[in-house]
Design a protein around this ligand. Structure first.
Ligand code: HPA
Length: 282
């Protein structure tokens, strides 16, 4: 992307802020089959991505493609119901553009969710896993090209990408809900083909517990802007070759829907605690 990324982010943010009186400090991105959290927000204003200047459109099945600003309980949130991916033909910078915009809208914490393949055999289908770290194997970085210091530094630190305190909160709340508390390392690949069994053996060898096709561009852009990140994967399937069977997207969506109730409860429990950590506005 060119050096006017900042002003394009600003225009989109101004547009979004004109749609609602709410001023969310927390953003969420809902992945494949995980969109229904946004369905029952109070005072919700829904804006299709196609109406927001510069937003990439999500073409993936299972992604509604709209920004919802509303309240989860008492907490104002900006929720992306669906995201774009590299496999749709977007660059990492384009995929991360909505994160930039949410940053300009004023969010200070970003909760990323995704569907992922489980490499760690302890997970099992339907497991919810808090990301401890990631491995970027997408062959792209959203920060490639000229750096705009108004977003952040040229070489941002990635040591604490997934906020330690938020991870603790997520694990605590999972336990309270009798969800097995799990943490793992997410390997991001470009897709859209699923991995081969040999690739999964390789990913396990390099330290990955989960594999997916998203999340990392947004996490990098958020950290670049100083936004705290929490990411939670839903293990919709065991990764290729772990079980002697094929993978398909319908199953990914189906399992997402099946654990949705639990997933929504977990998000609802986490959000007030993140809001508390952030403290009062200004
Ligand atoms: N691999 C990559 N991405 C995925 C998978 C997988 O097995 N499941 C859901 N998203």
């Amino acid at each position: 992307m060119t050096s006017d990324l900042f002003s394009r982010g600003e225009s989109a943010a101004t547009f979004i802020l004109s749609q609602s009186a709410l001023r969310p400090q927390i953003g969420l991105v809902l992945g494949s089959g995980l969109g229904s959290f946004a369905d029952d927000l109070a005072d919700a204003v829904r804006t299709p991505y196609s109406h927001i200047p510069g937003f990439p459109r999500s073409t993936a099945i299972g992604h509604a493609g709209q920004l919802v600003i509303g309240k989860s309980g008492e907490i104002p949130v900006a929720v992306m119901q669906g995201r774009s991916h590299l496999y749709e033909g977007y660059s990492a910078a384009e995929v991360a553009f909505p994160t930039r915009v949410l940053g300009r809208v004023g969010i200070r914490a970003l909760v990323l969710t995704n569907a992922a393949g489980g490499i760690d055999v302890q997970y099992g289908q339907g497991a919810l896993v808090v990301l401890r770290d990631h491995i970027n194997l997408q062959g792209q970085n959203p920060l490639s090209g000229a750096n705009d210091e108004r977003f952040g530094p040229r070489f941002p630190d990635m040591t604490y990408t997934y906020d330690r305190r938020y991870r603790e909160i997520a694990i605590e709340e999972a336990k309270k809900l009798s969800i097995p508390p799990r943490e793992g390392v997410y390997a991001a690949l470009p897709g859209p083909s699923y991995e081969t069994p040999a690739e999964i053996r390789y990913l396990r060898a390099i330290g990955a517990d989960l594999v997916g096709m998203s999340t990392v561009p947004e996490a990098i852009a958020a950290r670049h802007m100083g936004i705290n990140v929490l990411a939670i994967s839903c293990v919709t399937n065991m990764a290729a070759g772990i079980l002697d069977r094929t993978l398909n997207h319908d199953e990914v969506l189906e399992v997402g829907r099946r654990v949705m109730g639990q997933f929504i409860k977990l998000l609802k429990a986490i959000l007030p605690r993140i809001a508390k950590e952030l403290g009062p506005t200004n």
